[in-house]
Design a binder for this molecule. Structure first.
Ligand SMILES: Cc1cc2nc3c(=O)[nH]c(=O)nc-3n(C[C@H](O)[C@H](O)[C@H](O)COP(=O)(O)O)c2cc1C
Length: 342
């Protein structure tokens, strides 16, 4: 295995074997919905579908980017594509960095398109790769090879800081994204991987033509904690808990995204139906999950992943009923309040 394949393998096995989650939650549990005692709705008529970049999906949910680039990733990406096909939700692939350097790993990503010919698939590349113009032809290739519907760029400075082989030169990322934006026809989304995106960064990304922000905030998988497992010499509780909570990010970006037609996506520590529904109420167009999906796949394959998502969505539908929301637009207007602190 080359170093990239080894790293992608390590990430999956560490996320399955160790508790590498942030201690504090993503913040949604600090808020409660206002109960509607007179919903004036038939529960069965509630519509969970959402529209994103001109396409309709049956649920306000997507699978966040995880893997690719090593042998076992073929099974994972193929299975996740099948789930997305059956449930009609988008799939974000893991970093396609390996495809920039050789074509041996192509099949670990193209399997998703083979198993999900009609699904919406996002390509995925890191901020430090896009910063280098030498990679821009390669980025077009990784989009074309999987016939991607959009591309997600992950900005992960905290992870790179603690990754033994991390790239900590983040100069030129904004310019790289701007230059690539001019050459790429599909929607471009920028995400974090668990530390969140602030309003100031969202504004800078909007200025260069980005179409969506996935805040990927703190409260779920801690990528500094994952990398510290790969590098036992490094240990810092302070940096394991670094970042901005997902709920805080949504609340601070909502108005700007709505006023500027920027798709706001929620992820990072989404662990139950309340987190999903509250994300939509806080302005998210769709909501992503990573590690819980990987764990469900590991425990029971496609069946368990589908069961997990279906159970969450059944409960989201119940929340919609109890807030009088007949669709996701109505849920986005649902009232909620911060819980009293003791
Ligand atoms: C095993 C694993 C591998 C990941 N690899 C990538 C990746 O290659 N690219 C990326 O953008 N995000 C990657 N992520 C980060 C997730 O997309 C997500 O932003 C982060 O884990 C927070 O979500 P969670 O709390 O639901 O896990 C990975 C997550 C997991 C669990």
């Amino acid at each position: 295995m080359n170093s990239h394949s080894q790293r992608k393998h390590d990430h999956v096995s560490i996320c399955l074997q160790h508790d590498i989650e942030h201690k504090a939650s993503s913040g949604f549990d600090a808020y409660s919905f206002t109960h509607n005692a007179l919903p004036e709705l038939n529960f069965e008529d509630i519509d969970l579908s959402v529209q994103l970049f001109g396409r309709t999906f049956s649920l306000p949910l997507f699978i966040s980017g995880m893997t690719g680039g090593y042998r076992d990733a073929i099974d994972i990406n193929g299975a996740l594509a099948e789930v997305c096909c059956e449930l009609s939700i988008p799939l974000v692939l893991g970093s396609q960095r390996s495809m920039l350097h050789d074509d041996h790993s192509d099949s670990t990503f193209t399997i998703a398109r083979e198993r999900g010919s009609n699904i919406c698939i996002s390509a995925n590349i890191g901020a430090t790769e896009i910063a280098q113009s030498i990679h821009h032809d390669g980025i077009i290739r990784i989009i074309d090879t999987i016939n991607a519907d959009w591309i997600t760029i992950h900005a992960n400075p905290l992870q790179e800081l603690f990754q033994p082989e991390g790239n900590t030169d983040f100069r030129g990322v904004l310019k790289g994204i701007e230059d690539c934006r001019k050459r790429i026809q599909i929607p471009m989304i920028v995400k974090e991987v668990g530390s969140g995106i602030s309003l100031d960064i969202a504004k800078r990304l909007h200025d260069i033509g980005i179409d969506g922000i996935d805040v990927a905030g703190k409260g779920g998988t801690s990528w500094s904690a994952v990398e510290m497992k790969r590098n036992e010499k490094e240990h810092s509780d302070y940096f394991k808990e670094w970042g901005m909570e997902t709920s805080d990010c949504l609340l601070s970006l909502r108005e700007f995204c709505e006023n500027n037609n920027l798709a706001l996506l929620s992820s990072g520590g989404i662990r139950n139906a309340h987190d999903i529904a509250m994300s939509v109420a806080m302005g998210a167009k769709s909501v992503g999950m990573a590690r819980p999906i990987l764990i469900a796949y590991h425990e029971g394959g496609i069946r368990h992943v589908k069961m997990l998502i279906e159970q969450f969505m059944k409960d989201v539908q119940r929340i919609m009923f109890l807030t009088g929301s007949n669709n996701c637009n109505a849920l986005s207007q649902a009232q909620f309040k911060m819980n009293q602190r003791n």
